[in-house]
Write a protein that binds this ligand. Structure first.
Ligand SMILES: Cc1ncc(COP(=O)(O)O)c(C=O)c1O
Length: 301
């Protein structure tokens, strides 16, 4: 299901480069690297009651992704933080907001692949929209397995949160065609990696399992959930996991900034049946809700 469009987003202000523009005028050049080669990095942030969840971790990952791609003149974190504050203030936003933070390699002097053509330096985009949590976390979601794999570090390292999202977009199209919400993506060896848009966990006999972050994104929510499980004395293991293990898990769920903790109720037509009687996901979600405030960086809005 597509979320209904929030009419308030028709008149938002968007940060591009070094200032704010009304939505209709917020544009990058046809020479921008994101247009030329998907050459950009990004973060999805969520604003809760005037604070951004795990802001420092997101800014650190954005910078690490840009550094790994050899961007020159990466903006200081303080500049990005200020741009976020100015954008939220201009829109009167304090809660129920998703921010898509993008840093492109910037405008090229002529079309082409070579980053030496990027004389202007990177371009920052702060797109803040009124947006609820993406999935129905009460009913849960149904997923299928995509034929499109996640990249291995030899192809395009998942430690870089980049804008080359075509694998994931193709997987999402397959999910839509199959009439379900999202698609499981495998790694090059056929082990489960993640969903097309969130990290994946499973619970079996009171233990929590998640794939190594080799092919999946090293999600910030994933890290918070692992930390919560450790604090609650729930054993956590990161290892190769097959689809068969997921089909027979007691609980399966996705994690991400856009959807928080989302139960997966069906995978490839198999119902996820809880044979243990334990409700580990409930415990994790309760603690996650408590931690949201703790992990939010309050902003002067
Ligand atoms: C492919 C993919 N997996 C997982 C996630 C969740 O990551 P995070 O918890 O850092 O939001 C994202 C978010 O952008 C993503 O794009």
């Amino acid at each position: 299901m597509l979320q209904p469009f929030d009419q308030r987003n028709k008149s938002i202000q968007i940060w591009v480069g070094d200032r704010l523009f009304p939505r209709g005028e917020a544009k990058v050049s046809v020479f921008d690297s994101s247009v030329q080669g998907g050459d950009a990095v990004w973060e999805g942030l969520r604003l809760y009651r005037g604070g951004i969840f795990s802001l420092d971790e997101h800014l650190a990952r954005l910078e690490a992704s840009a550094h790994a791609l050899c961007f020159r003149n990466i903006p200081e974190k303080e500049f990005i933080r200020e741009a976020i504050i100015k954008t939220l203030r201009a829109n009167g936003m304090k809660d129920g907001v998703h921010i898509r933070l993008t840093l492109t390699r910037g405008e090229k002097i002529t079309s082409g692949m070579d980053p030496r053509l990027n004389e202007a330096g990177p371009c920052l985009i702060v797109l803040a929209e009124w947006k609820p949590i993406v999935y129905d976390n009460t009913a849960g979601i149904r997923v299928i397995t995509s034929s499109v794999a996640r990249n291995s570090p030899r192809h395009l390292d998942s430690k870089i949160h980049h804008n080359n999202l075509l694998n994931n977009i193709q997987a999402k199209i397959q999910a839509t065609v199959a009439g379900v919400d999202a698609a499981v993506m495998l790694d090059v060896n056929g082990f489960v990696s993640e969903l097309n848009d969130t990290n994946l966990f499973m619970v079996k006999d009171g233990r929590l399992f998640t794939p190594h972050a080799d092919a999946c994104l090293h999600g910030i929510t994933r890290g918070v959930v692992i930390g919560i499980a450790r604090k609650l004395n729930i054993p956590v293991t990161e290892r190769n996991l097959s689809l068969t293990e997921f089909y027979n898990a007691d609980e399966v769920f996705g994690t991400g900034t856009m959807g928080e903790l989302t139960p997966v109720v069906e995978m490839d037509g198999r119902q996820i049946r809880n044979r243990s009687g334990q409700q580990i996901l409930d415990q994790l979600r309760k603690e996650f809700a408590n931690r949201v405030a703790e992990h939010c960086v309050a902003l002067p809005l």
